[in-house]
Design a protein around this ligand. Structure first.
Ligand SMILES: Cc1ncc(COP(=O)(O)O)c(C=O)c1O
Length: 395
């Protein structure tokens, strides 16, 4: 069939990550490619009890439709929770979404007409580009250093392009680089956005997975004009299979965004919202997060020790204080996609995500993203050692 697609479909293409997740399913491959949490951490027994109780005691409600904004009790809990990161809001500002990913789609749907500009970090989260692309934006990528997005470049970009609609940032332990935006830059970012009347999308799925250093206030906490959309998620602190996250915005904007959500999926799973709400009543979510942090800290240390031993000095890597990823930079002549296709997968049996797909415009080929949350300790050591041997031969 010769489908007469809408123009936007031109921008909808399979990504390297998709192909890679497929390869990760091959049991002989050690894949550092996906961004999966460690499944050993999922609180399965606790969730089983929670679902049992919900179905027994509130089954008729939990299996029914509910409002688009989501379960009120859960929204109230989240309103209280985000106070810790300096966000003072009420339930009218916060609604439940299908994981952070839906927040990205809603923000682009609300603001982007064809040709409008979205400023992103360079590199940026691949899934955000996938969410934004159908709205046909142009991108301006702003370089990062160890303190996150560079504000001098951001300012120049805002001056040069009057049609910037959104600035998208992952301020903590960014996907893919693992870098965190400094306190000063968070403040400057809001000042620049105020000056140029641009909305900021603050995508914060990793902020609670910090295992070193000090927590920083959210960008939203510096927002006095209602221009920051803050997006959080239960995916990394409880389970991604629940598909639950939250979005916080100025009241009028939150209303528009939730109308878009209603048009797209009506609401989140009532049952899952009841379950997470009850989980937070029955158990200590923060205690669970401490356990996640300890596990990932240990895995990160193991990976870094192995990287240090197995890799040549010519390969640099970021040192994240939290989250799930590190970002490797090879010498200029190495193309990590070719390396993976020709050697790493067939010979070392190791997968990662080649860095090029994380760049919105000019793709740099000598990077890759490595995840350390998903693989077992044994596979972290084996996979990085095997990859290191290959890399030693070519660098
Ligand atoms: C930066 C970032 N934003 C958003 C998401 C989407 O996650 P979810 O929809 O599961 O909350 C991810 C997932 O890996 C991510 O890395």
């Amino acid at each position: 069939m010769n489908y007469k697609y809408a123009n936007r479909i031109e921008r909808v293409k399979p990504s390297a990550i998709r192909e890679l997740l497929k390869l990760g399913a091959d049991p002989s491959i050690i894949s550092f490619g996906g961004g999966y949490p460690d499944p050993e951490i999922f609180p399965i027994e606790k969730l089983r009890k929670v679902y049992d109780q919900v179905l027994q005691e509130e089954g008729r409600l939990a299996l029914q439709y509910t409002g688009t904004e989501g379960l009120m009790a859960l929204r109230e809990k989240l309103v209280n929770r985000v106070k810790q990161i300096g966000i003072s809001c009420c339930v009218d500002n916060l609604f439940i979404i299908q994981g952070g990913q839906q927040g990205l789609d809603l923000a682009a749907k609300a603001f982007i007409d064809k040709g409008d500009i979205i400023i992103t970090e360079n590199p940026t989260f691949l899934g955000a580009l996938a969410a934004f692309n159908p709205y046909e934006p142009e991108y301006v990528g702003v370089s990062m250093d160890e303190d996150g997005m560079r504000m001098d470049e951001l300012e120049a970009a805002l001056q040069k392009h009057p049609n910037v609609k959104l600035i998208y940032t992952v301020p903590e332990f960014q996907n893919p680089t693992g870098v965190t935006m400094s306190l000063e830059r968070r403040k400057t970012l809001v000042e620049l956005a105020n000056k140029h009347n641009v909305v900021i999308v603050e995508d914060s799925p990793y902020r609670e997975i910090r295992y070193e250093g000090e927590d920083l206030p959210s960008i939203k906490s510096f927002d006095t004009e209602g221009r920051v959309i803050h997006i959080g998620s239960f995916s990394k602190i409880l389970s991604p299979g629940l598909r639950l996250g939250w979005l916080i915005a100025d009241r009028a904007l939150a209303e528009k965004l939730s109308l878009l959500k209603m048009a797209s999926d009506t609401q989140n799973s009532t049952l899952n919202m009841y379950a997470v709400n009850r989980f937070m009543d029955m158990y200590d979510l923060d205690e669970h997060i401490v356990h996640i942090r300890e596990t990932y800290k240990h895995k990160k240390e193991l990976m870094f020790q192995t990287l240090h031993e197995a890799f040549p000095k010519s390969v640099a890597y970021t040192n994240p204080q939290g989250g799930l990823f590190t970002w490797l930079t090879f010498p200029q002549h190495i193309d990590t996609k070719i390396l993976m296709q020709e050697r790493s997968l067939p010979i070392a049996k190791v997968g990662y995500v080649p860095g090029e797909s994380f760049f919105p415009n000019i793709q740099e080929k000598n990077h890759c993203r490595i995840n350390y949350s998903y693989m077992s300790e044994e596979n972290i050591i084996r996979g990085i050692t095997n990859l290191g041997k290959l890399v030693q031969e070519i660098c």
